[in-house]
Design a binder for this molecule. Structure first.
Ligand code: ADP
Length: 322
């Protein structure tokens, strides 16, 4: 059965879906982290020790988040990542499998699973230290070894929590066989080879400002146009509760997509859910604005519950379009 409408059975294990095992709607090449969260009355300063709540461990990392988000919507999804041979790695794999993500491409060992050490104060402000661990060992050679998987996917989605050289190799191996979507987070300089492959480059406000530097004016539509000038085939700028903008490199047309009004509880991972949904729908041939409208419903649903992966919706949980 090839699922085309994303409306049913989102949690079926990938192996039960039939079809060619390596023909995925979406391949996510990216990070997998365990998020270790402690609530504190006050975040500690230098040299200071504070007592906090019991430790909570959540599956996270931008790559793992995107894969879970897409699979829960019904996309045939695979993850190419690296985790440690440890309890955090097993937790992450279990979360992927439970969502229906194919994890044959997840490599194990070489370093501990990546972790994000997160302290959150009562106002919701947080401090985060990321230890990349095994994510830093996902190499260009790993991508070459998975070339069949990469080239068979309709869409390949990447972020920057793995080495940049690995993202560059993903673009090379893909060679235009499928669509390439990049969320450049954490934001930093990108080689032209990567920028020109993006269709789209997906950025939030912070990432847009970093990529544009002093050239970022006050107006998000202006950011979208300036980002297009850097070379991607298309651009999507996400604007939190204000929705998103799509910009087409061929026509220069910028379209605004509103976000459904929801009561936000926790915005962690909203961008990952949005990007995964967008990538999947674009791969199905939807127009950018239509795909972004759908992705905005997914992002909105994701903020209505605490956590990232745990908060991601199945289609029945999506709010109506704005
Ligand atoms: P990031 O999580 O990367 O910072 P954004 O905050 O821009 O990215 O969120 C990504 C998308 O999720 C937005 O474009 C929007 O569609 C949706 N979203 C985020 N916050 C809200 C919100 N408070 N209400 C409705 N939708 C939201």
């Amino acid at each position: 059965m090839t699922r085309t409408d994303g409306t049913a059975g989102a949690a079926a294990p990938a192996g039960e879906r039939g079809g060619a095992p390596d023909a995925f709607d979406l391949l996510v090449v990216g990070s997998a982290n365990a998020d270790l969260v402690v609530r504190v009355e006050r975040r500690p300063g230098a040299g200071e020790t504070v007592l906090g709540s019991d430790l909570a461990v959540h599956p996270g990392g931008k790559g793992a988040n995107q894969a879970v988000a897409a699979a829960r919507l019904g996309a045939r999804t695979a993850l190419l990542a690296r985790v440690g041979d440890d309890a955090h790695g097993r937790l992450l794999l279990q979360a992927q499998r439970a969502a229906g993500v194919a994890v044959d491409g997840v490599l194990t060992g070489g370093a501990p699973t990546g972790v994000a050490l997160i302290t959150v104060d009562p106002s919701g402000d947080n401090s985060i230290v990321v230890s990349p661990g095994a994510n830093a060992l996902l190499t260009p050679g790993d991508i070459r070894s998975a070339a069949r998987l990469v080239r068979a996917a309709r869409v390949v989605s990447a972020q920057l929590e793995i080495p940049l050289a690995t993202v560059v190799e993903t673009v090379r191996v893909l060679g235009g066989a499928g669509r390439f979507v990049l969320n450049p987070s954490p934001a930093g300089p990108l080689p032209a080879e990567v920028l020109t492959a993006c269709d789209p480059l997906v950025v939030n406000e912070h990432e847009a400002r970093v990529l544009l530097g002093d050239g970022a004016g006050p107006d998000p539509a202006g950011w979208a146009r300036s980002l297009l000038a850097l070379g991607p085939r298309s651009v999507v700028v996400t604007l939190g509760a204000a929705g998103a903008l799509t910009a087409d490199g061929r026509t220069g047309v910028v379209e605004r997509v509103a976000a459904p009004r929801v009561s936000a509880v926790d915005t962690t991972g909203a961008g990952d859910a949005f990007t995964a949904a967008l990538a999947w729908r674009l791969g199905r041939g939807e127009e950018p604005a239509a795909a972004a409208r759908y992705a905005a419903r997914v992002g909105a649903a994701a903020v209505t519950r605490p956590g990232a992966q745990e908060a991601y919706p199945v289609p029945a949980q999506l709010p109506p379009p704005a």
